[in-house]
Design a protein around this ligand. Structure first.
Ligand code: NAP
Length: 283
């Protein structure tokens, strides 16, 4: 497995397994299958409701803790967020059955962002979170966070796929030492990504699928990616992307697919800001 080194020296696999939208009752099996397929980076979140199931699969696997890289995410907290954030992290650790998390991400750039971040910084200093980062931060919010806090986020996990490539965000993150991580690397199959003629044709040239071309394209851009699948065959396929390289011409052909806009929702849209800011997790 190829790794990236985060801005605090922590090493992170460049390819992992995401569990968003896997129902809790299916998650233990999916994570068990993913670990058997060789995944060592697991990406969950308090808001996915499946941290406990991830924890059961991790424990049952018997894989040494130091070989695993587990990410979870803090949901939006009201001000003053420092105590709430600490409690939320402790709840996630209990559900996961872990004494530390490898990467703790602020899930949304909303709520008491600075209170949340300072509590995350404290957790990082205590070793409860080996690295801390954010998700869904546009450049303006990210830079403001970087300029007004001690610890620069190690990671920003943002929607990134061939139809929304985030090149400006990528360059800015690189300049500030923030690792780009893709969510929705397959755009959840939107725009017929898995049968897209260009991606399929490029895959055929390498004996690979369109999905594998997309993962390879992300890896060649030094973007950490966490494809989700409940199918062991597709999990194996998604891991099998380290034995070929896309040419410069193929990278350029994929670059031409960028539409520059989200296929999901815009974190600048007042309706989305309102919905995400007001949503609270039960318990
Ligand atoms: P995704 O990985 O882009 O796409 C998942 C979809 O692709 C599923 O429907 C899956 O179906 C299908 N699939 C997977 N491999 C395939 C293959 N080789 N061929 C054909 N179909 C395939 O979507 P995502 O789950 O939204 O994103 C990935 C991860 O990013 C999430 O699981 C989560 O950990 C993270 N995420 C984070 C945020 C955030 O706000 N920070 C938001 C969204 C997601 P099957 O399961 O049936 O194979």
């Amino acid at each position: 497995m190829q790794h990236v080194t985060l801005n605090n020296g922590v090493r992170m696999p460049i390819l992992g397994f995401g569990v968003y939208q896997i129902p809790p009752e299916q998650t233990e099996q999916a994570v068990t299958d993913a670990l058997a397929a060789g995944y060592r980076l697991l990406d969950t979140a308090a808001s996915y409701g499946n941290e406990e199931a991830v924890g059961h699969a991790v424990k049952a696997s018997g894989i040494p803790r130091e070989e695993l890289f587990v990410t979870t995410k803090l949901w939006v907290q009201d001000a003053p967020a420092q105590d709430n954030t600490r409690r939320a992290l402790e709840t996630s650790l209990t559900k996961l059955g872990l004494d530390h998390i490898d990467l703790y991400l602020m899930h949304q750039p909303f709520g008491d962002v600075y209170g949340q971040w300072r509590a995350m910084e404290a957790a990082n200093r205590e070793g409860l979170a080996k690295a801390i980062g954010v998700a869904n931060f546009h450049p303006d919010r990210l830079l403001d966070l970087v300029f007004n806090n001690e610890i620069t986020p190690a990671v920003n996990q943002i929607e990134t796929h061939p139809f929304f490539q985030r090149t400006t965000d990528h360059d800015l993150m690189r300049e500030h030492g923030v690792q780009h991580q893709a969510w929705g690397g397959f755009a959840e199959g939107r725009n017929n990504l898995f049968t897209h003629p260009d991606l399929t044709e490029m895959g055929e040239a390498h004996g690979k699928s369109a999905a594998q071309v997309v993962l390879r394209w992300l890896i060649q851009r030094d973007i950490v990616t966490i494809p989700k699948s409940v199918s062991p065959d597709r999990m194996a396929q998604n891991m099998d992307v380290f034995d070929f390289s896309l040419t410069d011409g193929q990278m350029a052909r994929i670059a031409a697919l960028d539409t520059g806009t989200t296929l999901f929702f815009d974190h600048h849209d007042p309706e989305m800001v309102t919905w995400l800011s007001k949503r609270r997790l039960a318990g």
